[in-house]
Design a protein around this ligand. Sequence first.
Ligand code: ZN
Length: 144
Amino acid sequence: MNCDDAREKCQLLIDDELPEEEIAPLMGHIESCYKCRDEYISLLKLRKKLHGIKGPAPEEEWFEALYRNRGRKFAGGFGFTLLIASWLLLAGFALYSLFSDSGEGIFIKIVVAAAVVSVIVLFITALSDRIKESRTDKYKGVMK
Ligand SMILES: [Zn+2]
């Protein structure tokens, strides 16, 4: 199911017009796609505002499962941070070893230093772009 299909079906679901056999595939897409989930939640809120009637909201377990995913996200972030920190320490150690043991020629030292510095510069650039992007992320408050 692509996002266009999902959004169309979200509206049908909100209006109680979606065939029952299509609800589970739609919910599967909504769980995995934050854009469609945002759309679905917006439609639910809109319907609630307009009619004062609850829409066909998913079961409570569905929301609980989304909250459980936050733990996975934290673990992923922790693992990523550990990976980057260990890589930086390893690169620093490699550079230190290369320049303290003068067994290698100056050309090799310059090439290895340039490679390490270029990866660090790329990492810092990507990280700063990611930080800027996260500040302007319009889906920031949406459950992932
Ligand atoms: Zn989608």
